[in-house]
Structures are given as C-alpha cells and as structure tokens.
Design a protein around this ligand. Structure first.
Ligand SMILES: [Zn+2]
Length: 508
C-alpha cells in the first residue's frame, strides 16, 4: 500500500466528496430513486480508514496553532471525523433517503400525502381539524418509522466519535475541532430567549388571533406552519416571476446569476423530487446545482434567495485554493451568505422594487416578517440548548422526547410533539452553524450598507465586492474571522443586531 501524503489525501478526499455530493443530488432531485452511498465509501476506503485518520490527527497535532497549516489540518480532521462516521452509518443514511423518497402518510379518514411533503400540506391546510388530523398521522408515522432510524444514527455517530478518544466526549471533540464554545453559545441562546420573552408574549396572541382565530394556549406546531404560510400575500409573489425577480436583482448588483454557466438551476417539477430545496455543489467552483420545487407564495422567494446565496458562494470560490478551503470549513459562512440574500425579504426597498407587494401591503408584510424572524430564532435557540443537552448525555436518552417537547414548547409557545425529538435534531450541531450565520449575516449587511448604502442590493459595485472579498475565499475563514474583517464597527457575533432589526420590523 502506497504511503499516504497530504496531496493524496486532498486529491482523493475531493474526488470522494464530489461523488457523494453528486449521488445525494441525484437522489434528492428525483433523478434516482435511491442513493447508493456504500459503493462510494468502499471505493475511497483508503482515505476513510484508520491510516488516514491517524495521518490527519498528526497533521493537526504537529502544526502550530495560528498557522495556515493548522487551519488546513483542522478542517481536514473535522472532515475525516464526519466522513468516517458517515461511512460507518451509510446503510442507515441510504435507508433514510429511501424512506423519505417513497413513504406515504395516511390519516384516519383515508387522506394520503407524501411523507416528505407533509409539512407543506399541513401549512396549506386552512381547515384546522383537518390540519391537526394530518399532523397526527404524520407524527404517528415518524414515531413508528423515521424516529428509530434517526435515534440509532445519532447514537452511533456519538459513539463512533467518542470511541476515537480524540477528546473526553462528543461535545469536547466538536469544540476542539471547530473552536466553537457550546456552553457560551447555549448561554447566549438562553439570554436571547429571556431578553425577547416579553416581546414574544406581546406579539404572538395578535398574530394567532388575526391569522387563525385561536389562543396561544391551544396553538400547536402545525398551527405555526399554517400561520407562517400567510397565503394572503401569494398574489404579490407569483411563481412565474420569481426567478426573473431574483435574476434582475443579482444582475443589478453586478453579479452574474449563472456564474458563467457554473450554476445550474433545477426549478421544475419531477416525481421523487424533494420538497425541501437545496444547493448541491458537485465540483467547486465549476458545477453547482440549485434544486427547488416551488410550492407557491413568499416562502418560495425566500428559499430561492437563500439557495442563490449558497450557489453564488460555491461557484465563485478561487479555484487555486486547496480542497479544504473550497469544500470544507465553517458552514456558518456559507449559511450567512444564504441568509444575507434571504433576509432581503425583510427589506422594504427590496420588496418594493422586486415584488408586486406594493406600498399598501408592505407594512403588514414586514410585521409578519418580524414575527417570523423572532419565532425562528427562538426555535433555533431552543433547539441548540436541547441538542447540547442531548449530545452531552451519557447513554440514557429515554427522557429526551419529554425534554424536547418542554424546551421547544416553552420557547415558541406552540405545542411540540415527542415523536419529533430525534427527527427535528440537526446532527453534528448544524443548528450552531445556522445561529452563527444569522449573527454574521446582520454584520455583513451592515458592512454593505456602510459601503454601498441601504440599497446595496442594486448597487453595481456591491456584487463584485461580495464576490471578490467574501465568496472567493470559500470557507477558509471562520465566521468570527469574516465578522472581524467586514464589520465596520468591529462588532463581534451576537444576537444584539438581530434583536434591533426584529424590533424595527414589528414597529412597521
Ligand atoms: Zn442554507
């Protein structure tokens, strides 16, 4: 067997990552019924085995902190851990993808809906008893079929990482790899929840009464989906002008929406295509798929903006950067670019210029956007707190469903279901990436405003700046480093600017 070198690890690591990404893209977009991940893991066993892990641990331990070598080694080691855990769990992942692709949920009175589209059907169901019945059927299916798969995957992933003994436990390993302090982030989340409690208590009853005619004490998570669906704004966000609106905006800010042909938009319908949109880079930066299945209404616009941020990021990464800076790193960074664009749906001037909302409906739309932002932030803060507790457990997870219901219901007021405790759970702390991305996008927005004014989104100099100064760097820098580089006032990542913007939106 030939000696493993850094060049070989990068070369084979990239080839492996490209194949996994392409296979997932094909399965989730409906081009293939199932994902065949196991043969890919087998083909790349050399870079996913004990030797590769030891090699990467050495790179990490032997490099000096603060150097580019150490940065590379950290991203490569994090990737090794994630990929090796995924390799040992590939059969479970294949089973889950197959389940999500084909399962059908049936209510007591015989209504059948695609499992993976159930949350969309629930959001669209205006009749409350029907909505609750559909959610009950969905939850029964989750409890029986999906939750056991996810519970096994979460537990085996945790055991796999802990068995490597790189750190005392799963949470310590995550912190050492990523430099993210979980206790600090969880404490910030708890503070956000208490700081915004009275704002939430003042806001929720009015939205519930106006939209659904119910009281907070009877509201469930399925009601939250229906409330945020807000179909009264649909006519302002027609499906047939969605892509033109976003393309127009990107072009006005001096960004090529296709990135010279490197971004491929897949927005059509197809059997087996997932209802949840995603961006799949299959070669970075040369080939990036943006996959969406529009459902109607403003959420589609938010989604297209979000995925466009990812796609533009990956399609504009410097091609002379090594594998780890183009493909790996801190996903808070790519999520922040996605959120920077999707937050234009909270931007009065953007809405007036690129949608048919008009002056008459803009104020009520912005108030709803403030409510939605507060709701999702409170939900994600609660999720992070719950996940830190769950991953921190030694062995016994039997009371986690109760903890999940209690934590999420308390933060959002909406009644959650215990069946979702392991399905509504982001493996590997992706929720932490989202929360930090939320914080970072508000600083990038402030930076854009100070450089290019409030309507930076149509300033032809803003796009080239984003592409040159941010996107091209891939994820070489962490979210903290990007924040330090772009924030005009030297502000660090925090919830403070988000609270300010929610207050402004609610006062619209
Ligand atoms: Zn995203």
């Amino acid at each position: 067997m030939s000696e493993l070198t850094l060049a070989r690890l990068r070369h084979d690591g990239q080839a492996f990552t490209e194949e996994i990404s392409r296979e997932s893209y094909l399965a989730h977009s409906g081009h293939k019924a199932v994902a065949e991940l196991t043969p890919i893991y087998e083909r790349y066993a050399k870079v996913l085995g004990r030797e590769a892990l030891e090699f990467t641990v050495h790179l990490f331990r032997d490099s000096e902190k603060g150097t580019e070598e150490h940065r590379s080694a950290r991203y490569l080691l994090e990737w090794q851990l994630e990929s090796q855990a995924s390799r040992s769990l590939a059969r479970l992942d294949e089973a889950e993808i197959a389940l999500e692709g084909s399962a059908v949920v049936e209510t007591a009175d015989g209504r059948r809906v695609q499992y993976q589209a159930a949350s969309i059907e629930i959001a669209n169901e205006r009749d409350r008893p029907q909505r609750l019945a559909l959610d009950a059927a969905r939850a029964a299916f989750v409890q029986r079929e999906h939750a056991p798969l996810r519970l096994e995957r979460l537990q085996r992933e945790k055991q796999f990482i802990e068995a490597l003994e790189l750190a005392p436990d799963y949470n310590a390993a995550f912190e050492e790899m990523t430099g993210i302090s979980l206790p600090k982030l969880a404490a910030d989340c708890a503070a956000f929840l208490s700081d915004t409690q009275s704002m939430w208590d003042d806001t929720l009853p009015r939205f519930l009464r106006l939209a659904l005619g119910i009281k907070p004490s009877e509201a469930t998570r399925s009601d939250a989906l229906a409330l945020l669906r807000a179909s009264e704004f649909d006519s302002a966000f027609p499906a047939n002008s969605m892509q033109d609106s976003v393309r127009k905006q990107l072009t006005e800010m001096g960004i090529d929406p296709d990135a010279g042909g490197r971004i491929i938009y897949d927005l059509g319908d197809r059997p087996g295509k997932r209802s949840r949109a995603f961006c799949a880079p299959t070669r970075v930066p040369q080939e990036v798929y943006l996959v969406q299945r529009p459902h109607g209404g403003q959420t589609d616009y938010t989604t297209l903006l979000h995925e466009s941020g990812h796609a533009l990021h990956f399609a504009n990464v410097r091609d002379d950067y090594p594998f780890e800076f183009r493909w790996l790193g801190d996903n808070s960074v790519t999520e922040s670019y996605a959120m920077l664009f999707d937050h234009r749906m909270q931007d009065r001037n953007w809405l007036l210029r690129y949608t048919q909302l008009g002056k008459g409906k803009t104020e009520s739309f912005l108030r709803l956007a403030g409510f939605e932002e507060l709701h999702y932030l409170r939900r994600y803060c609660a999720k992070l707190i719950y996940e830190v507790e769950a991953y921190g457990r030694n062995g016994d997870w039997s009371d986690l469903p109760d903890l999940y219901v209690d934590t999420l219901t308390r933060a959002t007021t909406f009644q959650y279901r215990s069946a979702d405790a392991f399905v509504d759970f982001d493996p590997g702390y992706y929720s932490a990436r989202y929360l930090r991305a939320w914080q970072l996008q508000s600083l990038i927005n402030e930076s854009l405003v100070s450089k290019f004014d409030v309507d930076w989104f149509r300033n032809p100099s803003a796009g080239p700046w984003l592409t040159r100064d941010l996107f091209s760097e891939g994820q070489r820098e962490t979210a903290e480093e990007v924040a330090a580089r772009v924030s005009p006032s030297g502000e660090q990542l925090s919830f403070a600017p988000l609270i300010r913007s929610i207050e402004k939106l609610l006062e619209s």
